[in-house]
Design a protein around this ligand. Structure first.
Ligand SMILES: Cc1cc2nc3c(=O)[nH]c(=O)nc-3n(C[C@H](O)[C@H](O)[C@H](O)COP(=O)(O)O)c2cc1C
Ligand SMILES: [Fe+2]
Ligand SMILES: [Fe+2]
Length: 404
């Protein structure tokens, strides 16, 4: 990995993380994730955002600093846009290596520097609009953008290069390799990162969508030429693309989303699966696309991404011990936590004794503000009449999504 030049005085450094660990201990990252750090040089040198020393990230950074003729020892300021340990885990070691380093963050961020790293000296709290003059006409400006993703979050702006260092906003899963800029990736690679940015958004940022919109609105007057997030691609050619994409993602939690269905199903003995096939025939007959996930086989991280982007949701699960099939209960709980709101929904499922899933399901979706279009239950295997009702439920869901 090498350092990438954004301008003569601004460089992107990054560490690619490849691990079986999950991001935040929850979200699988089979394609890795990048931790991006930026170096800005006037007569003084600042690093913007750091790394957690995960799979040699600090070493990766050290080598890139070396290639720029500098080192951790020569950094004057570390700007912490956000205190989550994926961007700060290495802070205490960095301070030990370089005791004169000044740590800059919002007032809330500085409190977290103490609580996470026990550091109280050599820190500076900045507020909205404050500037840091690095010399040679290079000035950093700070904008508080709370709750994208934690309460202390800010973004940093460097005017002469037009670079917005946006931290988690506009980020994505997926390691980068030897390229970092939007114009260096093929359309196919962009499709991969687009999927990974949606999954990142749905997993990490979705519940803060209002703040994403507020933050983007607040910065809309800046002449942004480069969006430099702390994960994923650096957008120097088409910065508006990732900003618009994030606005679109933020809007999904309000209702109208993509004209497709996210199908989530779980079944013990295939009785529910037989019914599901009938609903899918109904959806297909209306020409509405769907993506399908079986739980618990597929990780909820991917289910969240597809459910977040789809306007319609089809849930298929049997009754289990007088309640929902447990993996589906978990999915719905995560949906509540991640604000998978305002969807058009059909639920189906088989029961054997007296049912019970439907009642728990209705309580579970109450906080989700879902529009329940139909629920179809049957005893044992679906019979002819059930099949008909199921096909019709599929048709209805598809028609509502098409808006007919
Ligand atoms: C562990 C277990 C718990 C069950 N609990 C209930 C229940 O509480 N109420 C009920 O009506 N049926 C219950 N059943 C019966 C299933 O709901 C029924 O067999 C259904 O057809 C299974 O659908 P599936 O083939 O899609 O898994 C239970 C079955 C199993 C294996
Ligand atoms: Fe974060
Ligand atoms: Fe992050």
């Amino acid at each position: 990995m090498k350092a990438h030049r954004i301008a003569d005085h601004v460089y992107c450094l990054h560490a690619d993380i490849e691990t079986d660990d999950r991001f935040e201990g929850i979200w699988p990252i089979p394609e890795g994730v990048s931790l991006n750090t930026y170096l800005v040089r006037g007569t003084k040198t600042a690093l913007i955002d750091l790394v957690r020393d995960w799979t040699n990230a600090a070493d990766q950074l050290r080598r890139q600093l070396d290639s720029l003729g500098t080192s951790f020892e020569q950094i004057d300021y570390i700007i912490l846009n956000h205190l989550e340990p994926d961007h700060t885990g290495y802070l205490a070691e960095l301070r030990n290596i370089n005791p004169r380093l000044e740590i800059i963050s919002t007032a809330k961020g500085i409190k977290l520097v103490e609580s996470f790293y026990n550091i109280t000296e050599g820190v500076r709290a900045v507020k909205d609009g404050d500037q840091l003059d690095l010399g040679n006409g290079v000035i950093l400006r700070f904008f508080e953008t709370p709750n994208i993703h934690w309460p202390e979050t800010m973004m940093t702006w460097e005017e002469t290069s037009g670079t917005l260092f946006s931290c988690d906003a506009f980020g994505s899963f997926g390691k980068l390799g030897d390229r970092v800029f939007d114009d260096q990736f093929t359309p196919e690679e962009h499709r991969f990162y687009e999927e990974e940015s949606l999954r990142y958004y749905a997993n990490i940022v979705a519940s803060f969508s209002t703040f994403v919109e507020r933050g983007i609105q607040k910065l809309s007057g800046l002449p942004i030429r480069c969006v430099a997030p702390s994960h994923g691609i650096v957008w120097r050619t088409r910065p508006a693309e990732i900003i618009e994409r994030y606005l679109r993602y933020a809007s999904y939690s309000k209702g109208p989303a993509e004209k497709e269905v996210c199908v989530i199903w779980g079944s013990m003995y295939d009785n529910t699966r037989l019914g599901l096939e009938a609903v899918l025939r109904g959806i297909e007959s209306e020409g509405v696309p769907y993506r399908i996930h079986r739980v618990p086989n597929e990780d909820v991280s991917y289910v969240l991404a597809d459910a977040y982007r789809a306007e319609g949701i089809l849930l298929a699960m049997p009754t289990y011990e007088y309640a929902m099939f447990p993996p589906m209960a978990y999915v719905l709980d995560i949906f509540r936590r991640k604000h998978i709101y305002h969807k058009k929904v059909v639920r189906i499922g088989s029961w054997g004794w007296v049912g019970g899933a439907q009642k728990e399901y209705e309580a579970a979706i109450e906080p989700l503000k879902w529009e329940s279009l139909a629920s179809v239950e049957w005893a044992g295997i679906p019979k002819e009449g059930d099949i008909k009702r199921l096909e019709e439920a599929g048709k209805l869901l598809a028609q509502k999504i098409k808006g007919v």
